[in-house]
Design a protein around this ligand. Structure first.
Ligand SMILES: [Cu+2]
Length: 464
């Protein structure tokens, strides 16, 4: 074998030697990897058939749920018929296992399988294709990593998606024209300029792949503790999570614990997650809604005690929802903040773009023609994000958990997370420790903004 020996090769060598000497010790190494299958299927949305992707674990359910302490040891089989690669959103693997189509880690050809093996961090995560527009066609699923420290509660996953009967390519092509589907909505104060909320007019919004015409009904016993894990897996839609008659406490965002924040209605930007503790106060049926910002459209699931009557709920709310904002972000405080230390390197990102022409850039550059943001191992890095456009950008950094330390100039010991919303004309500051050498994508998680260029790279020196 050429080149430097990696830590993994040393460990594999050691495991092999031990296996020869003492077979009982090899049992762990021989544990079969979890089979994850990317494929295609037909689903029914509002009574009409649609061909979409699927991403299912060994039990045939979407995604994976890992028990406490388990490694992420996965064989991903690509049965989609096209090249694909799946990103483990929010996880901190070595960069070559991140599921991003770098030249060094190309997409998995159709019919082939690829192995992954790393120690996951606990919490609510998700997985999605990072190839082309596949995420829009539901190549996305939950990735839940349980922890021995989790409080005893019934785990309920609520994964959101936006859906269209048109192909993602047709949706993207439509964006090159003036924004007839775009929506300009005045902000609360009419002294401020108009902001853009939704680029695309979707046909449906899915909650665990159902609409409110045929919602998922989850059995829950009154007063039993529930941990609701909400994942915004939509490609270009942001939601207000509405607990209706239930009172909840947000205890984690993007998988990372926060001091509890009580409420009934929480904003959720694209790609973000919320862990909410709640319980049913009495027998009955309790909807959990997700309403699209700037729209009356909503989706949701229903938590219902045994035998409770469930009534049909309209898929349009009475009132239009306002823009998803930083009202929750301002209240979040990390329960496990980054250790205090001085910033040793700062990068500044200017986020620019417009609906017409449909082009979105970072520091005036369009992916893939970008200058990498260099960081070195051991540095405490700050990134200032300044949004000069009229649309919000949910910015996601791969391979690192960052802490939000300033919002519009206000300093705070905010949440540790992997995706943060930069509102129109807003600015914020995040910090992270450069502790995961490699090449890492940093991009807007609005799929169409990313595909129009709003992506850059964080790179460590010496990576080949
Ligand atoms: Cu964006």
């Amino acid at each position: 074998m050429n080149g430097p020996v990696t830590r993994r090769q040393i460990l594999q060598g050691a495991a092999g030697a031990l296996a020869l000497a003492a077979p009982i010790l090899s049992a762990h190494a021989e544990t079969a990897p979890l089979q994850l299958r990317a494929a295609t299927r037909t689903i029914e949305v509002n009574g009409r058939a649609a061909s979409v992707f699927s991403l299912t674990g060994p039990d045939g359910n979407p995604g994976l749920i890992l028990p406490p302490g388990a490694r992420f040891r996965v064989a991903l089989a690509n049965e989609t018929g096209v090249a694909s690669i799946v990103h483990w959103h929010g996880q901190l693997p070595p960069w070559t296992e991140d599921g991003f189509p770098w030249p060094q880690t190309p997409p998995i050809p159709p019919g082939q399988s690829h192995a992954y093996d790393f120690m996951p961090i606990p919490g609510t995560f998700w997985m999605h294709s990072h190839q082309g527009l596949q995420e829009q066609n539901l190549l996305a699923a939950p990735l839940i990593v349980r922890s021995a420290a989790d409080p005893q509660a019934q785990d309920i996953v609520l994964m959101l998606h936006d859906f269209s009967f048109r192909s993602p390519e047709a949706l993207q092509a439509g964006l090159r024209h003036p924004p007839e589907h775009g929506m300009a909505m005045p902000m609360a104060s009419n002294t401020k300029p108009a902001m853009d909320l939704n680029d695309i007019a979707y046909d449906a919004f899915l909650a665990n792949e159902h609409t409110l015409a045929d919602p998922q009904i989850v059995p829950v016993a009154p007063r039993d503790p529930v941990r609701l894990r909400v994942i915004n897996g939509a490609s270009a839609s942001q939601f207000w999570i509405d607990l209706g008659a239930l009172a909840g406490q947000v205890v984690a965002v993007d998988g990372h614990p926060v001091f509890p924040v009580a409420g009934r209605r929480f904003p959720l930007a694209i790609a973000q997650r919320l862990d909410i503790l709640l319980s049913l106060p009495a027998a009955g049926a309790y909807p959990i809604f997700a309403q699209v910002e700037g729209r009356r459209a909503r989706t949701g699931i229903i938590l219902a005690s045994s035998g409770a009557p469930v009534r049909r709920l309209p898929s349009q709310a009475a009132m239009m929802a306002g823009p998803v904002d930083l009202s929750l972000e301002l209240r979040l405080r990390a329960a496990a903040p980054l250790p205090a230390r001085p910033v040793t390197r700062t990068h500044r990102l200017l986020l620019d773009g417009s609906m017409a022409p449909y082009a979105w850039s970072i520091n005036g550059q369009y992916w893939p023609e970008v200058s990498p943001l260099m960081v070195a191992s051991g540095e405490r890095v700050a990134i200032e994000m300044v949004n000069r456009s009229m649309m919000a950008h949910p910015m996601h950094l791969h391979g690192h958990a960052f802490q939000v330390v300033a919002l519009n100039g206000v300093a705070l010991a905010g949440a540790v997370r992997d995706t943060v919303l930069v509102p129109p004309k807003g600015r914020l500051r995040i910090v992270f420790d450069a502790d995961n050498p490699g090449r890492w994508a940093l991009h807007c998680h609005n799929l169409y903004h990313m595909m129009a260029g709003m992506m850059t790279e964080v790179r460590y020196p010496g990576v080949i």
